[in-house]
Design a protein around this ligand. Structure first.
Ligand code: G4P
Length: 517
């Protein structure tokens, strides 16, 4: 069936359901206010009654061991990778991204599953390092960005200067959607530039109030200097609407949500190996972008998070697990809310559902109702930290092998099995991943391990003519490994060695990114 035929075969109700989905993440530098904003958003959406603790705060300030404790606590905390709530006739799926940069691969994968990101900026600090990095990831996929300039209730940089900074450091056009009324302790609300309405306590201010006088002067400048909102440029990720507010004081939060309701974006088409899959196509497709274990320590469960990419998914449906070719029955797909989860009787393109499973589903897998397609865009990055796993108790070798496979499937680390038969090597982007691996092996599998250095600092996936790849592997046996999928990887001790190897093997391709799926 052609793409258009599939789209038109979908009943209109599916299309209108999909059109009201909003799937997004919040990106920010630590301390800019992501947690506080998340709480306020969930509260505005009725997902939590009181703006209480969504999760333990101050994660990054804690010592490593405290952090591990937090990870363990997560099983019983209200945090999940996704929180679904309704607001203004839209269904929102808010995807959580890990705060620590050692887990940036996880963040990257999560960002492949969103249609939009809210970039939170601290009004006093402006664009900070991690914001910029996360923004660049969004830009790779042209993800539309909505900007929230937070902490306007404190001393802040000049608003025009902040807009300039966004434009110049991120090469992103800015269009203020609201403007702050008053500053610091005098900040009382926002003025909506499109509707020309005041929001929050600012509504009560007399025109003679100095803040109102300042506002009208500033608005003249805004109109003269800054472009109006352009939907197309926003959808393409070239222009960001900017909102001012204070998450803590709950000012400007609903401005943000109202904007997402008004201009979306609705679920985007997702790239697959063969074609783009539009969200409102009739057949169900879904992409696994994250696996999370131990969400409920009493059950030792393992949840695969799937973005429904198209169609209407219903509970009990059987989908094709494209990597293995087997049928996969969706007995208990689940929606997550701030404090609980519920069976998902139906979900639509754009939604994110949790699928409990015991290792069948892996990151990057596609589930499909009929067509044999594979979604792309969920990558593995070549790790630069490579460590050999040293087992303390040799009797547990088999258990370790199984555990490493399970944890690698979850994306905790990447696993490389050396072709020379030496103990396995794990690869990570940040060392905190190693601590998580060690602690989970001990806690969940009862296996104590240590790490030993390896001579390797680089890994590259090799592709090319099969016989040539095998011949290369034969002559480089002690530098060769197989990854989780059995794909060949060349490990090198230095960038110089890697360059030389690449030059000497022009028939082979060496990749630092592997698309999974
Ligand atoms: P993060 O998740 O981005 O790391 O930031 P988080 O929300 O934890 O906020 C970091 C700090 O900034 C917190 O203070 C929080 O209360 C404060 N904050 C967040 N939004 C605003 C705001 O709009 N205005 C002001 N003035 N402060 C804000 P903390 O002292 O680290 O924690 P806490 O003692 O307040 O819990």
């Amino acid at each position: 069936m052609s793409e258009t035929a599939q789209a038109s075969a979908a009943p209109t109700s599916i299309q209108s359901e999909i059109a009201r989905r909003r799937t997004f993440a919040i990106i920010s530098h630590p301390d800019a206010g992501k947690t506080t904003l998340t709480e306020r958003i969930l509260r505005a959406g009725g997902a939590i009654q009181l703006a209480g603790n969504v999760r333990a705060k101050g994660e990054r300030r804690r010592t490593k061991s405290d952090w591990m404790g937090i990870e363990r606590d997560r099983g019983i905390s209200v945090v999940t990778s996704v929180m679904t709530f309704e607001y203004g006739d839209c269904v929102f799926n808010l995807l959580d991204t890990p705060g620590h940069e050692d887990f940036s691969e996880d963040t990257y994968r999560t960002l492949t599953a969103v249609d939009c990101a809210i970039m939170v900026i601290d009004a006093a600090k402006g664009i900070e390092a991690r914001t910029r990095k996360l923004f660049e990831i969004c830009r790779l996929r042209d993800i539309p960005i909505v900007t929230f300039i937070n902490k306007m209730d404190r001393e802040a940089q000049d608003s025009f200067a902040l807009l300039d900074e966004i434009a110049s450091t991120l090469a992103l056009d800015t269009s203020p959607a609201t403007w702050p009324v008053g500053r610091a302790a005098q900040f009382v609300g926002t003025y909506d530039i499109r509707t020309r309405e005041l929001h929050g306590p600012a509504k009560e201010l007399p025109q003679s109030d100095p803040r109102m006088v300042a506002l009208s002067e500033e608005l003249e400048l805004v109109e003269a200097a800054l472009p109006p909102f352009d939907r197309e440029a926003f959808d393409a990720g070239h222009l960001t609407p900017v909102f001012f507010g204070s998450a803590m004081k709950e000012i400007g939060v609903t401005d943000l949500l109202d904007a997402l309701v008004a201009y979306g974006p609705a679920p985007r088409a997702q790239p697959s190996e063969s074609r783009e899959v539009k969200a409102d196509e009739g057949q169900v497709t879904a992409l696994i972008f994250k696996i999370q274990a131990n969400m409920d320590p009493n059950h030792r469960d393992r949840m695969a998070f799937a973005r429904v990419c198209s169609g209407r998914l219903t509970r009990g449906m059987r989908l094709r697990h494209v990597r293995t070719g087997k049928q996969f029955a969706l007995h208990t797909p689940q929606f997550f809310f701030a404090r609980d989860r519920q069976l998902a009787e139906e979900a639509f393109g754009g939604d994110v559902v949790g699928i409990p499973n015991h290792g069948t589903l892996r990151i990057g897998d596609t589930l499909s109702e009929s067509e044999d397609l594979r979604f792309t865009g969920v990558p593995h990055f070549a790790p630069e930290i490579l460590r050999r796993v040293r087992l303390d108790d040799a009797m547990k070798a088999k258990k370790l092998r199984q555990a490493l496979v399970e944890l690698a499937e979850e994306g905790v680390v990447q696993l490389f099995r050396p072709q020379d038969g030496l103990p396995p090597i794990v690869g990570v982007v940040g060392t905190l991943q190693l601590d998580v691996l060690q602690s989970r092996l001990k806690g969940e599998y009862g296996v104590s391990i240590g790490f030993e250095s390896t001579p390797f600092t680089m890994a590259r996936w090799i592709t090319g003519d099969r016989a040539k790849v095998e011949a290369f592997a034969m002559t480089n046996r002690s530098s060769m490994a197989d990854d989780l999928d059995g794909d060949p990887v060349f490990l090198s001790s230095s960038a110089f060695m890697m360059r030389r190897t690449v030059e000497m093997n022009p028939d082979l391709a060496f990749h630092d990114i592997k698309q999974i799926g």
